[in-house]
Design a protein around this ligand. Structure first.
Ligand code: SF4
Ligand code: SF4
Length: 185
């Protein structure tokens, strides 16, 4: 039985294309999961302003920016989510060193819209950010943490349903299984 495994994928394009085709052929799965992916999209957009306020106050003074290239890689759950919201995978370079500045980092911050970033970029809060959230306002802090938890739960539901589906004998897809194993092992 194929199991989900978190792993940053350095060359995700082939996997992205295979999953996209899989959803085109398995519209029952796509229809079941798309509302959940849309919910994640609107939840992320809903807290975008709060996160932006926090990061723009704290990150601007940071002397050790955490946006390294090794964090720019998508995981399988990110790829499934992007396929479901019908967004393309950002073009990725694979010639950069892991600890070089992230390929999506500009002088004005990340060039990717928040809902398209690898999810780890959205949930990661360094100590300075966490401390700032404490001072920033209890209500906003609570909204943000509750929303993050809801997003995590919904992502887990998507992954569980996706794997249940591809592991069921009638939906077995050799190509998809092979590519998932190759890219996440
Ligand atoms: S999240 Fe923290 S470590 Fe990363 S850039 Fe902002 S202040 Fe620096
Ligand atoms: S937030 Fe953007 S710039 Fe920072 S690591 Fe993630 S993708 Fe790269």
């Amino acid at each position: 039985m194929l199991k989900y495994r978190d792993k940053p994928i350095k060359e995700p394009l082939h996997l992205f294309k295979v999953i996209k085709i899989f959803f085109l052929k398995n519209t029952d799965l796509k229809d079941a999961l798309q509302p959940k992916a849309q919910k994640i999209l609107s939840l992320i957009n809903g807290i975008d302003g709060i996160i932006q306020n926090i990061t723009s106050s704290v990150c601007i003074n940071c002397t050790d920016i955490c946006c390294k290239n090794k964090h720019s890689y998508y995981e399988l759950s990110d790829i499934i989510y992007l396929c479901l919201i019908q967004e393309e995978l950002p073009t990725q370079r694979n010639d950069l060193l892991e600890m070089e500045p992230c390929q999506f980092l500009s002088k004005n911050g990340c060039i990717l819209k928040r809902y398209k970033r690898p999810f780890r970029c959205n949930w990661y809060f360094c100590t300075d950010l966490i401390n700032f959230v404490g001072e920033y306002g209890k209500r906003q802090g609570r909204t943000m943490t509750d929303t993050m938890q809801l997003i995590i739960n919904t992502r887990n539901e998507i992954i569980e349903t996706f794997f249940e589906y591809i592991n069921s004998s009638q939906n077995t897809n050799i190509q998809l299984t092979k590519v998932i194993i190759e890219t996440t092992s």
